[in-house]
Design a protein around this ligand. Sequence first.
Ligand code: OGA
Ligand code: NI
Length: 271
Amino acid sequence: MNEVFFQSTKFFALPLHKKMELFRNEKLRGYTPTLDQTLDPENQVQGVEVPEDDPDAKKPFYGPNQWPSEDILPGWRQVMEQYHNEALRVSREIAKIIALTLDLDAGFFDKPEMLGEPLATLKLLHYEDKISDPARGIYGCGAHSDFGLINLLATDDVAGLQICKNKDARPRIWEDVAPLKGGFIINIGDLLERLSNDVFRSTLHRVVLDGQERYSVAFFADPKPECIVECLPSCTSDMNPPKYPPITCYAYMNQRYNDTHLGLNHIMDKK
Ligand code: OGA
Ligand code: NI
């Protein structure tokens, strides 16, 4: 974990033109500069990697990653790949516990369309040393819930993350989540909320900065794009009908990315 943070710091310390050489592609892999995604600060995206000539590479969200070169950041790729593998293993273990609480087989989420062949994305985040001002709508990262099943969030020891436990309440009450170095904060995503018919609510969260620079590492464990996410039989009854219609993971993710990626594509011109 320390090594992941160390390598992340090294990446973000590169000059902007070097980072822009890895500007995110249409599969959202690569470097995303500040303000590119409205709910997100500066970040770096990777995901399930398949080579360009793999039949899956034509599908949305699939394709080769963009890696910093070995000359510039030696060992970087290896550290990130190892972390990606281990974070996926941990996510599957957590999913077993969730399955049991929903009266499912422990292995429910191991099915190929769930976390057997998942969309698993590692995102390294760097927040600059700015001061947020919620009254003026200025945040490190605006209020949102994550899109997929679960997110394993690791942070450095700088505070900033806040959650709102009841997203339907007005006004919203925001609570600080103390940084837990060496631990994970597990955020429930929207697809788990839909699947469980609100038994698991997705966590509304945001980042409010106090002027200190901050690093975090988010690992999103999401179903395969083709997976149809619909209310589980164990989460519905005559008295409690499904609250959400079935939707494919792809359709849901795509809609949410379109809502949030305003795409400051003119930044490309600086390349
Ligand atoms: C996210 C996120 C919070 C953080 O990337 O979706 O909510 O602490 N990150 O960086
Ligand atoms: Ni989030």
